[in-house]
Design a protein around this ligand. Sequence first.
Ligand SMILES: Nc1ncnc2c1ncn2[C@@H]1O[C@H](COP(=O)(O)OP(=O)(O)OP(=O)(O)O)[C@@H](O)[C@H]1O
Length: 534
Amino acid sequence: MSDIEESKKRKHDQNEEPSLKKQKKEKKDKKDKKDKKDKKDKKDKKEKKEKKDKKEKKEKKDKKEKKDVKEAKSNAPTGEAKSTQGYTQSEELTNIPQSEVDQFFSDNEVKVEDPSESSLRPLLSFDHIKLDKKIQTQIAKFPKPTPIQSVAWPYLLSGKDVIGVAETGSGKTFAFGVPAVNNLISSGDKASGVKVLVVSPTRELASQIYDNLKILTDVCGLSCVCLYGGVPKDQQRRDLKSASIVVATPGRLLDLIEEGSCDLSHVKYMVLDEADRMLEKGFEEDIKRIIGSTPKADRQTLMFTATWPKEVRELASTFMNAPVKVSIGNTDELSANKRITQIVEVVDHFAKERMLLDLLKKYQGGSKKNDKVLIFALYKKEATRIEGLLKRNRYNVAAIHGDLTQQQRTAALNDFKQGNSTLLLATDVAARGLDIPNVKTVINLTFPLTVEDYVHRIGRTGRAGQTGTAHTLFTENEKHLAGALVNVLNGANQPVPDELKKFGTHTKKKEHSAYGAFFKNVDMSLKPKKKTFD
Ligand SMILES: Nc1ncnc2c1ncn2[C@@H]1O[C@H](COP(=O)(O)OP(=O)(O)OP(=O)(O)O)[C@@H](O)[C@H]1O
């Protein structure tokens, strides 16, 4: 290319460049603008999405919180942290999911009727409660609270009146005993005087409750005394001077109140153990007088039992202030511990003694010779006769009935508890409450006067989660109780013999002029028999 041509081209290029540059620039600007817009759109979109996600998350969270609160409110008891007088729900318990609490309620057939709707959560472990350290150490030997303890303790530590109904052998003594001692310690009340009173129907049971409370009071430096008849009063009077906890049977307690040795005017916590028995005719007047000696205001009142017949409920309520009713299992119907195998045989009255010897061979023969068997007779006369029969047949039998001195009764029970004798013959004085380790079999030689007593008698076996057998000889004399017994057998999924059904399933309540339907199970047409087992 010549110089001229080159210069021409340059010129041309120079002429051409501005428009191309412009075009290119425009194109670039457009692209930049678009990129910028895209970027902005993208950013906006992202922000919008983040905002939306955040909003959704918040809504979800709010909804869940609302749902949790609603769920906790509808399913008693709630997970909200509770603080009532003397009791604060622990954080560990508050953090338990509601589903676990619901499961506990359904597994154990727990029912709580609480007029104040405080809905306290049950303790699913001993770690869920802060008790006095020394008490905590004593109960740590158990793996966890029993259901009645789990449910009742929060209410009792809150100062509420409580009716506690749970099967035989389910730990009711500590259910009322642990809060009794803990409340006494936490009140800081150092003044002398009786602050806790436990009333029980029999001397042996009073003594057993005392032994259980002593496990707690000894380590806490508190003084506990047991008052019952059949032994001298002097020591009891002396012990009363320093006692803050009294366990007593009604007769001796009233004696000591009336002579001025026992002052109940400072009682803050009162328990009727075997409450339905304590409210029966025969005890009712004594109980009214005892309760009348305690302060009405500021007194926490407790009733504990395995059987809670409708007939005593109204009377019970007259001694209580808006009680919380805690029941484990179906307690509206009379029901027995389901771990007990119940065998009922309908027999001829005159065949019973021979059959008893056969049953002993069955339950204590061969390898079973060390198995503990408890035989129930109805009256002390019968018990004395059977004791003779067994001794003639070389059985090493211990006996508890009202014809024996208190020392003989205590010695017999201790021998049986410790396994020195493996056969105990008793009247209904041993039907309720006695906690004898490893009773394998209960034999009802003669059926008791009520089906409630039957449930308590057979409850001497199958305690604290174990199993056991109850073998009952039933005769025509007791046919008026057949219907109620059939109900108990059905309720525990036990076989009902045809011979028992033949007596009919009629359970008509008998009315009593003073006690309404309380004597529902007693056939008034029969010759009156005096209940003299204690
Ligand atoms: N948390 C627990 N875990 C395991 N065993 C326990 C617990 N609390 C108490 N026990 C034991 O269970 C047994 C039965 O307890 P207790 O005698 O109090 O029963 P109860 O419900 O009063 O029976 P009853 O209706 O016959 O009077 C006792 O040997 C007691 O030491």
